[in-house]
Ligand binder design. Structure first.
Ligand code: LLP
Length: 382
């Protein structure tokens, strides 16, 4: 929740805007890095979750590398001072220009998703007189039990290389002087709340590693990606995900061989809870058997509810009225522009301030100018 002073500040500002609680961000990072360091694991923050420069520089100061999915993310990570040797780069569709940016940046690893991609990276690396370190992003055929649009590790998904292709991948790499195979990479989905998924993933990795070891291929690093979920329904009760249990499960189940390093790519779990989209109620309008609370923030500012049927906690911060039910919607000309149905809020009227919680991950970065709306600015607790 927000203290009186913060609320006062909100009342002076034009809405909608993103608000970041940097104190919570730092506590979250502190907790994560303690657990990470307990096992000497390496973590690369997934810039795609929130690429705000102020947030990036705080994250960097807690010893994170960067996980990128575009040439521009690689450039941003370098500009923000992330060590190039701590930058990993995934994505099924890396363009030549993006690959060259990463090669020139001297990144730690390309997480490669197909044979044609490996061949292109090889040609570009040879052309530049460089050798690219790559990890194979494996599609382990694991169901992450999350929304289908953010499941990435099932056989039918576009991501990664399936085990039946390993023979030909290795043959390809043998003919690529510009490529050095250094590891395996996995990322099976996002907003994963069932920790068994990570246990299954470890068991599958142990099995897959066996194949490479039999061929005499020693892999220096194993990257388990990101995916740990957050509590969207009660962000105040659970502001920080359970990193202790998460890493315990990995440590217990993953076989790590001497000389191997273990890597992670957390995004959402680090930044979701510190962000709030703050809006004002424009109108309350009667509908058939219901009331609509129409906000000035919409799917253009936070697309998660419209795209993934995601639910974010909604709070009227300024009314003390009796509880009533509202469909809380945005101003955009789409019926999917809805933050929640039948939401209990104190009696709501024009000008009330409504907070849309847990919006720090995949909020501002996915916002857009649909309907020619301006992009929401951001403010910080400090
Ligand atoms: N590594 C790779 C290769 C990824 O593709 C992702 C996220 C991550 C790490 C970070 O995952 P996280 O720890 O944040 O779950 N826009 C969606 C989420 C898309 C996730 C894409 N990849 C949403 O709003 O739910």
């Amino acid at each position: 929740m927000f203290d009186k002073q913060t609320l006062k500040k909100f009342e002076t500002l034009e809405t909608p805007f993103y608000y970041y609680d940097l104190d919570l961000l730092k506590k979250t990072l502190d907790r994560y890095s303690n657990e990470r360091d307990r096992y000497s694991y390496h973590a690369h923050y997934a810039l795609k979750a929130n690429a705000n420069e102020r947030i990036l520089s705080i994250i960097k100061s807690y010893g994170f590398g960067a996980d990128c999915v575009s040439g521009n993310e690689v450039s941003l990570a370098l500009k923000m001072g992330f060590n190039s040797k701590d930058i990993v780069y995934a994505g099924v569709g890396k363009s030549d220009k993006e690959i060259i940016t990463a090669l020139n940046g001297g990144i730690f690893s390309f997480n490669c998703e197909s044979i044609p991609e490996i061949e292109v990276i090889n040609n570009l690396a040879v052309g530049l007189g460089k050798k690219a370190s790559i990890s194979l992003r494996i599609n382990p055929d694991i169901d992450a039990h999350t929304h289908k649009y953010i499941s990435t590790g099932r056989a039918q998904d576009k991501f990664g290389i399936s085990p039946w292709m390993f023979e030909s991948v290795i043959r390809t790499i043998d003919n690529c002087p510009g490529i050095e195979l250094t590891g395996l990479h996995f990322h099976v989905g996002s907003q994963i709340t069932d920790l068994n998924v990570f246990e299954l993933l470890c068991i599958r990795i142990n099995d897959l590693q066996g194949w490479f070891r039999e061929k005499g291929l020693l892999l220096k690093n194993i990257n388990l990606g990101g995916g740990l979920g957050v509590d969207y329904s009660d962000p105040d009760a659970f502001p920080i995900p359970d990193f202790t249990d998460y890493f315990k499960i990995i440590n217990k189940n993953l076989e790590v061989y001497p000389g191997q390093s273990v890597h992670f790519e957390p995004g959402r779990a680090l930044v979701a809870q510190c962000g709030t989209l703050v809006s004002r109620v424009l109108y309350v309008k009667m509908g058939k058997g219901k009331k609509f609370a129409i906000l000035d923030a919409g799917m253009n500012d936070l697309i998660r509810p419209a795209l993934y049927q995601a639910s974010h906690k909604l709070q009227n911060l300024t009314s003390n009225g009796r509880l009533m039910k509202y469909d809380v919607v945005g101003p955009i000309c789409e019926s999917s522009d809805r933050f929640g149905k039948n939401i209990l809020m104190p009696e709501t009227g024009r000008g009330d301030i409504v907070a849309i919680r847990s919006a720090g991950a995949y909020g501002q970065v996915m916002s857009m100018r649909y309907n020619q709306k301006p992009l929401a600015p951001e403010y910080y607790s400090e």
